[in-house]
Design a protein around this ligand. Structure first.
Ligand code: UD1
Ligand code: UDP
Length: 369
């Protein structure tokens, strides 16, 4: 593709960034340029994900995958800087809280290129999480902080971010859901192919360092899920980080009757979310999707950067024993789901991607020449 300095660079490294920036890439079309840091690189974590996302192609690849956090945030900024110096753009967009997000923000700001942070202002207030530090650092270097909801904008203001650097845009996930929706027939087919029935199974994902890098914590979570699997089908698409730790610690036997799957494409995964009686996850994006799909969720963490979901949309596991907590959540699941059906959604369903693109054009317009 031809590059020009009137384009907007969209930097993405991991599966959730691709999913949440696909709408913006579509809106910008030829006026956007996608740079993949390579943080996620397996087919199941990247090319299959992109395959589901219409209108997103990668224009530049960088390879930082499989390295430590320090190496990723050391190497990626210098690689992105080199690329942007050779191929200037009028603004750089990053999303969320990953090492790639921070790397993109650092590279662009060091070159004086306007930085746009999509999903700004989220805070778990848990500084043990690398994601929390990434969020704080990237908001600090961003010229435009796109806050999904008013509470995120208030958080930024309370940290001293000037009002003209903040805009409330809504959540770009709404665009992804629209693009990835399946109809009832396709949904029935997908569930049947996994051997489950609507409202009759549990869907789980685990990948955060706090949940899967500590052997004892991972053992407790897998034991609890295996306990549920004695009563109801439990589907567990395994993130490679978690798969690696289960193998390293020889823990596969603990999985019992859990149906272990490869990471799924977002289209299938979201269909499975919509049919699940209960979701159990440490994921950020899954918290929002469970809410959009009005499905009960146990967040297997002790904090969330999405406190708007704590009034009934999800339950935090905290430091409770996962075995009785998940068993209770399963008992409550039907009633809990019923209680979610008529509640107003905290995020709204308008196109945040369009709004973000318009805001970029207004602040940093393409020059006439
Ligand atoms: C990263 C993000 C996390 C996000 C998640 C989305 C950071 C600090 N973490 O976590 O916020 O929720 O992505 O899924 O940026 N691996 C593979 N193949 C892959 C990708 C990873 O084998 O395609 C393995 C490698 O051993 C790697 C490990 O998983 O070292 C962890 O990957 P990494 O990208 O560092 O972090 P995630 O756990 O994916
Ligand atoms: N997802 C997916 N396949 C899976 C599991 C999750 O496509 O097997 C999607 C999910 O729908 C959500 C996103 O990945 O949009 C969440 O990514 P993840 O949990 O890896 O990261 P986080 O949101 O916690 O940063």
């Amino acid at each position: 593709m031809t590059t020009n300095d009137q384009q907007v660079a969209i930097i993405m490294g991991t599966r959730p960034e691709a999913i949440k920036l696909a709408g913006l890439a579509r809106v910008l079309g030829e006026r956007g340029r996608v740079i993949h840091t390579g943080q996620h690189y397996d087919a199941t974590m990247w090319s299959n994900v992109l395959g589901d996302l219409a209108g997103v192609g990668v224009d530049e690849h960088i390879a930082i995958g499989g390295r430590s956090r320090g190496e990723q945030i050391g190497l990626a900024p210098s690689e992105i800087t080199r690329y942007l110096m050779e191929n200037p753009v009028r603004a750089v967009v990053v999303q969320g809280d990953t090492n790639s997000t921070l790397a993109g923000g650092l590279a662009a700001s060091s070159l004086g290129i306007p930085v746009v942070h999509v999903e700004a202002g989220l805070r778990s207030h848990d500084r043990r999480m690398p994601e929390e530090l990434n969020r704080i650092l990237v908001d600090a270097v961003s010229d435009l902080c796109c806050a999904p909801i008013g509470g995120n904008a208030e958080q930024l203001a309370s940290e001293g971010v000037q009002a003209d650097r903040i805009v409330v845009t809504g959540n770009t996930l709404a665009d992804a859901l629209e693009n990835l929706a399946v109809d009832d027939a396709e949904m029935a087919e997908l569930l049947a192919s996994r051997g489950v029935e609507k409202d009759g199974y549990v869907l789980s994902t685990l990948h955060r360092a706090g949940a899967v890098d500590d052997r004892e914590t991972l053992t407790a979570l897998i034991t609890a899920l295996a306990g549920l699997a004695e009563k109801v089908p439990v589907l567990l698409p395994l993130h490679p980080r978690t798969a690696g730790n289960l193998d390293k610690w020889g823990m596969r036997d603990l999985l019992g009757r859990i149906t272990v799957l490869e990471p799924l494409g977002p289209r299938e995964f979201m269909a499975l979310e919509q049919g699940a009686a209960l979701i159990v996850s440490d994921s950020g994006g899954v918290q929002e999707e469970a809410c959009f799909f009005r499905r009960p969720l146990v967040v297997v963490r002790d904090s969330t950067e999405r406190p708007e979901l704590l009034d009934g949309w999800c339950r935090l596991l905290g430091d409770a024993d996962p075995v009785p907590t998940l068993a209770q959540a399963w008992e409550d699941a039907e009633q809990w789901r019923a209680s979610l059906q008529d509640r107003p959604l905290p995020y709204g369903m308008h196109s945040a991607s369009r709004l973000i693109a318009d805001e970029i054009d207004r602040r940093w317009p393409e020059s006439a020449s």
